[in-house]
Design a protein around this ligand. Structure first.
Ligand code: UDP
Ligand code: MG
Length: 318
């Protein structure tokens, strides 16, 4: 059995197209399948359309979050409720073509536990493309594990990997990182990322920034170590300065003959505010790690579910 998980947030414009294209692919895959739509607290007509789809086709099931929890949480919840021998994650907006699933399944049958899509071309604006490129390069430099370039959440995971991800209690989830962390045989397949079929992107700038922070902070302690390196460098430079100033005071005459004047106040103020800026940045970085520890310690549920349709055992996992 194959499970397909689709996170949906205000996706009323694309759901019908998604249903047509994804159903066609799933039916020809020649296996039993389920499609789990996760309504991430949509405020438009998404849930009504989902109910309509479920009443027409029982392969299509759905969860409805009690509010918007974000894409990564929606994906995680879908994986948790999926029953398939493999789980496929795909966006609702048809940017990831459902027809690629044929290749994914072939690789899975060859024995790969994880098959993920690598985005070759992006039909998105230049700024977004540059930010993505930059982010994946920084992430790869920083992360303790090998997170492939330009790999999104569009992927297929074997049940073994899904079980591992489901057992991870993390609250700020970066699914593509957790997937890489799990290990097993993984392969990336290149595909062209299309433009959105309809509607506006649902990832706001703040949501993308949070995703970027989650990615780097969940898989690297390097930002913490940076403060040590930077602190040491500044300390060495300051020591040279100190020696310079001491000598200047002792050999005042010689220094003035050489034309070297004392440091103006303006420069001192600039250096002091520059350093306090750096300190505040690192305080913020520590705060980010601390906040994440706080999230884990409070251990609140990762999502809350308002409604489920199409599932047999409903209440046990809510
Ligand atoms: N999405 C979600 N919750 C959110 C934001 C987005 O479930 O808070 C879903 C959205 O419905 C879509 C997928 O995540 O299926 C990717 O979102 P989007 O297309 O806006 O992101 P982009 O493709 O621009 O990265
Ligand atoms: Mg999209």
């Amino acid at each position: 059995m194959i499970s397909v998980v689709v996170p949906c947030y205000n996706e009323e414009d694309v759901l019908h197209q998604l249903y047509m294209r994804l159903s066609k692919v799933c039916q020809t895959l020649n296996d039993s399948y389920e499609v789990i739509l996760v309504d991430d607290g949509s405020r438009d007509n998404t849930w009504n359309i989902i109910c309509d789809i479920n009443s027409r086709d029982s392969h299509w099931k759905a969860l409805r979050f009690a509010r918007n929890f974000g894409h990564q949480t929606a994906v995680s919840a879908g994986m948790y409720f999926a029953n398939g021998d493999c789980v496929i994650i795909i966006d609702a907006d048809l940017q990831d073509p459902p027809e690629e699933l044929y290749r994914f399944i072939d690789k899975w049958k060859e024995g790969y536990e994880v098959v993920y899509g690598i985005r070759t071309k992006r039909k998105e604006n230049l700024v977004k493309r540059i930010c993505y490129k930059l982010f994946y390069r920084i992430l790869r430099r920083f992360a303790d594990i090998d997170i492939p370039y330009d790999s999104g959440d569009f992927c297929l995971m074997d049940r073994k990997v899904v079980n591992i991800l489901n057992s991870m209690p993390e609250h700020n989830r970066f699914v593509r990182g957790l997937r890489a962390w799990a290990g097993f045989r993984q392969i990336g397949l290149e595909y062209e990322r299309k433009a959105r079929a309809a509607g506006e992107p649902k990832y706001t700038f703040t949501k993308l920034l949070k995703l970027a922070f989650d990615g780097i902070l969940s898989f690297s302690k390097l930002p913490l170590r940076f403060s040590i390196y930077l602190g040491l460098t500044i300390l060495i430079i300051a020591t040279f300065f100190m020696v310079f100033v001491i000598f200047q005071n002792i050999f005042e005459d010689w220094f003035s003959k050489m034309g070297l004047k004392s440091i103006p106040y303006a420069i001192i103020i600039i250096i002091a505010s520059f350093l306090s800026g750096i300190q505040l940045i690192f305080l913020g970085i520590f705060g980010e790690y601390l906040g994440r520890i706080y999230d884990e310690v409070r251990n609140r549920p990762i999502w809350t579910i308002q409604d489920m349709i199409g599932f047999e055992q409903k209440s046990s996992k809510i």
